[in-house]
Design a protein around this ligand. Structure first.
Ligand SMILES: NC(=O)c1ccc[n+]([C@@H]2O[C@H](COP(=O)([O-])OP(=O)(O)OC[C@H]3O[C@@H](n4cnc5c(N)ncnc54)[C@H](O)[C@@H]3O)[C@@H](O)[C@H]2O)c1
Length: 448
């Protein structure tokens, strides 16, 4: 192991996240300088006591205190000795959901006033922040304070995914490490510091890194609210044992495997379709209303399914030069691996495009063209291949995630593709930030 990997690190804010981060890095061999503005907290840590319950953390404090973890009585002392600085201060929200960034901005300003101008510091924000904060607040602050990004100081966002109760283990053995650095030097420093962890490492844009943290937590919150809405509905219907319902849902094999097949359902596209999901969600919404329960989440699920197709149509129309140009639809079945076209999003897409005045629509599907022609009477010209569709169309829309379309990526002029299933690696118009850079191959995400 090269000595270069061992860094001098400062951690500012030593709460659940900061203390765990500081001790975790110390445990990995880095030299860590910790500072918290709360003098009582510092005194407690200095005596080897952690004032909150987090298994493994107090033991780690006692192992590392005054060895590789040094408590500092000022932010300046912590910062001056470090090459990489992690900001782990709190970012609470107010009653209207506005995140209070004052501690973070305060801490960053203090850090910037402590750095000496003759060497480089990488600053990594670990506090949870809304997407766009780096771009709109933190980078401008750095410039206002007279720094040039990437020369004297650099900035990155490095979301933390640890869970209270298992913070120590989660920090040392993370599912993945995500960093979004605004400059390359900070990106490299972080990569070296984290190279001591055996975890998949992903470099994304700063805004993607901010986004994934909130997406991760709101996904969990949504699943909890789904379960609670179902339980409230079951109470109204009666004669339903709700723990049994959820235990039965947990036996679905789609929850297991690596990645679990359920991940196919947590992937964006142009909406769900087919014979079952739309019909059954609609019917369940009606059942709920009959029993006097307004199923807010189910209503939102159906609304979003309509909205996402509308948004897809807007993107297609915006790309067309005029309504006489040809739109080529790739995929007619409701999902890959099936020729079922009942309730397929492609049919709704074609219907809406015709309503908007599009006059030339062509399509290709590896399996579902004859089923589609039997089922629907839309004026659509069927093409013999992806290549033929691409050659004759002005805008191509990937509407079903057939593997064939991914493998024929080279055929497309990406400026003319709407990848409505987020299937292609280089996604043409969908890609306004750099794609994920990973030290592991991207997992195969086959879509519904
Ligand atoms: N708690 C979690 O499970 C968790 C998990 C992932 C991410 N996060 C995010 O990490 C951040 C920190 O969370 P936490 O639970 O550790 O918060 P916390 O309130 O426990 O700790 C924040 C610490 O920062 C200190 N602080 C504030 N301003 C400071 C300054 N200018 N200089 C030095 N110290 C300062 C406070 O005294 C406090 O000890 C938040 O943005 C949170 O959303 C939390």
């Amino acid at each position: 192991m090269s000595m270069q990997q061992h860094k001098s690190i400062a951690v500012i804010g030593l709460g659940f996240v900061g203390l765990t981060t500081a001790l975790g890095f110390a445990e990995k061999g880095h030299r860590v300088f910790g500072y918290d503005q709360d003098a009582l907290k510092r005194a407690s840590y200095q005596s080897g006591c952690v004032p909150f319950y987090e298994p493994g953390v107090e033991e780690a404090l006692r192992r590392q205190l005054d060895k590789r973890f040094l408590l500092c009585n000022s932010i300046a002392l912590a910062v001056q000795q470090a090459e990489l600085i992690f900001l782990c201060v709190g970012t609470p929200v107010d009653e209207v959901g506005e995140m209070d960034l004052s501690s973070l901005i305060g801490a960053l300003t203090e850090v910037l006033r402590c750095v000496s101008k003759d060497r480089f510091y990488g600053i990594a924000v670990k506090s949870t922040i809304p997407p766009g904060t780096m771009r709109e607040h933190l980078i401008p602050l750095l410039l206002t304070e007279g720094f040039e990004l990437g020369t004297q100081v650099g900035l990155a966002y490095n979301p933390e995914f640890l869970r209270e109760g298992s913070a120590w283990n989660d920090f040392l053995f993370p599912d993945r490490i995500v960093t979004g650095s605004a400059d390359d030097r900070t990106g490299r420093l972080l990569e070296e510091a984290y190279s001591l962890f055996q975890a998949p490492y992903h470099r994304v844009s700063p805004t993607s890194a901010e986004f994934v943290k909130l997406a991760s937590n709101t996904l969990l919150a949504t699943m909890i609210s789904f379960a609670n809405e179902q339980a409230m509905l079951a109470e109204k219907i009666g004669d339903i044992h709700i723990p049994t319902i959820f235990n039965l849902l947990h036996t679905d094999r789609r929850w297991s495997g690596q990645p679990a097949e359920m991940s196919k359902y947590i992937y964006p596209g142009c909406g769900f379709g087919g014979y079952c999901l739309p019909k059954d969600t609609f019917a369940f919404q009606r059942t709920a209303e009959k029993y006097g329960h307004r199923p807010k989440l189910l209503n939102a699920v159906l609304d979003i399914n309509r909205d996402v197709m509308e948004s897809c149509i807007e993107r297609i129309v915006a790309k067309l030069g005029n309504l006489d140009q040809q739109v080529g639809i790739l995929g007619l079945s409701f999902k890959p691996g099936s020729d079922d076209v009942r309730g397929t999003p492609s049919a709704r897409m074609i219907e809406l495009l015709l309503e908007r005045g599009c006059r030339k629509i062509a399509a290709y599907d590896p399996m579902a063209m004859s089923a589609f022609s039997k089922h629907y009477t839309f004026p659509v010209t069927m093409m013999a291949s992806v290549e033929e569709l691409e050659r004759s169309s002005d805008v191509v829309v990937i509407a079903t995630a057939w593997e064939e379309f991914r493998t024929k990526q080279h055929v497309f002029d990406l400026n003319c593709v709407i990848d409505a299933r987020y299937l292609l690696e280089d996604r043409g118009d969908n890609c306004n930030a750099q794609p994920i850079l990973t030290n592991k191959s991207t997992p195969d995400v086959r879509l519904i």
